[in-house]
Design a binder for this molecule. Structure first.
Ligand code: ADP
Ligand code: MG
Length: 368
């Protein structure tokens, strides 16, 4: 019982019981890659790996954080200086800052979401902290507002230009379901996946490769989308049609736009398939997404293509690169009886990827 680890760690650090223990999950994005910054839809689900935070208020104006992750040191900061938090503490203290807390807090973190493995341990940490502060300080914020606070922490205190998908998934998802999120209106809908009943597993395969291109490449792809939207005379690529995109002159903006427009329709295709009780057909849509991300969006790399090929060759129904690109992780839909074969096929690759099975789990909650 991992909430218990957080309680024990809190007692050991502070010599009293926490007022509450809250947890939030990591996430994967089933489909809808690079649609978020074009104001389109994404379809993430929360995974069965969580981050717990045991929390207690203090009588002074200090915020303290510690984590049992071996790469971290405890940090203390006056609440007036939360915006200056750095290193790992920027995630939890930045979230306190974004929520505008006016008094001291003790936060003790126990995480079971692997860091930097494509499962968004950062959003899990921010979301657990945001829910804890909301409940204990009686802020009464909507979960979407808590997600926005986590994103703001990551954008402004950590300094990472992320969207809101990860925090929204961590805070809003329900067990067994994905979240169809409209990144323009923030409207969110549950989509029951039915994977378990169909004996389907989801594997997240971490390539453990990240090319130096990643940051510049991401900015360049975003710029290509903006240029294409401008050429098409639409506010964002979410509003573009495929025939209009096909009429653009050949070049990078056309390819970027073709990925975004076809990916947006793949999101709705996947929703339609699972709602029609045909979840196994989602595999082919994932593979089509990979081809589009490789050929039109041009964010794949040979190591990741090799993983997708090995997974499909060993029986996956489909697989695609997930996340910003230039390395990172692959998500694969696999019949339960092919999981061992896919894992073995990936194990033969070099560098050897890390294979993890994930299941759609509940969003952030109070545990104690
Ligand atoms: P991810 O894809 O896992 O979100 P990021 O680089 O965005 O990768 O975030 C990982 C960072 O978040 C870690 O380097 C660390 O600073 C912080 N972090 C996440 N979970 C924890 C945790 N349980 N304890 C301490 N820091 C954490
Ligand atoms: Mg992250």
């Amino acid at each position: 019982m991992s909430a218990g680890h957080a309680v024990e760690a809190f007692r050991a650090a502070h010599g009293r019981d926490p007022e509450g223990v809250f947890s939030a999950p990591g996430r994967v994005n089933l489909i809808g890659e690079h649609t978020d910054h074009n104001e389109g839809h994404v379809l993430p689900f929360a995974v069965d790996r969580r981050t717990w935070v045991a929390v207690g208020r203090r009588d002074d104006d200090l915020a303290t954080v510690r984590s049992d992750d071996p790469g971290t040191e405890p940090v203390e900061l006056a609440v007036g200086k939360l915006a200056t938090a750095s290193g790992w503490s920027a995630y939890p203290l930045g979230t306190l800052w974004a929520l505008g807390v006016g008094r001291g807090w003790d936060l003790v973190v126990h995480g079971e979401v692997p860091l930097g493995a494509g499962l968004s341990s950062s959003a899990a940490l921010e979301s657990a902290v945001a829910l804890a502060v909301d409940e204990l300080a009686g802020l009464g914020l909507e979960r979407v507002a808590l997600a926005a606070a986590g994103r703001r922490a990551e954008n402004e205190v950590v300094g990472a230009p992320v969207g809101i998908m990860d925090q929204a998934a961590s805070l809003l998802c329900r067990e067994g379901s994905a979240l169809l999120l409209d990144c323009r209106s923030m409207a969110a809908e549950d989509v029951a996946l039915g994977f378990e009943a169909a004996d389907l597993s989801v594997l997240v395969i971490d390539s453990r490769v990240r090319h130096d291109l990643a940051d510049g490449g991401y900015a360049d792809r975003r710029a290509g989308c903006v240029a294409a939207a401008e050429a098409l005379g639409v506010p964002a690529l979410r509003d573009a049609t495929l025939p209009a995109v096909e009429n653009l002159p050949e070049g990078a903006p056309k390819k970027r736009a073709r990925h975004v427009v076809t990916e947006e329709s793949r999101v709705h295709e996947v929703v339609g398939l699972v709602r029609a009780g045909r979840p196994e057909e989602v595999g082919a849509v994932l593979s089509a997404s990979h081809a589009s991300l490789r050929d039109d969006y041009e964010v794949s790399v040979p190591e990741v293509d090799a993983i997708v090929g090995a997974a499909v060759g060993a029986g996956a129904l489909g697989a695609r690169i997930m996340g910003g690109g230039f390395g990172g992780s692959v998500i694969a839909l696999v019949p339960a009886d092919r999981v061992d074969a896919v894992t073995a096929a990936c194990g033969a690759l070099r560098p050897e990827p890390t294979v993890r099975e994930v299941a759609p789990a509940a969003g952030a909650r109070r545990d104690i």
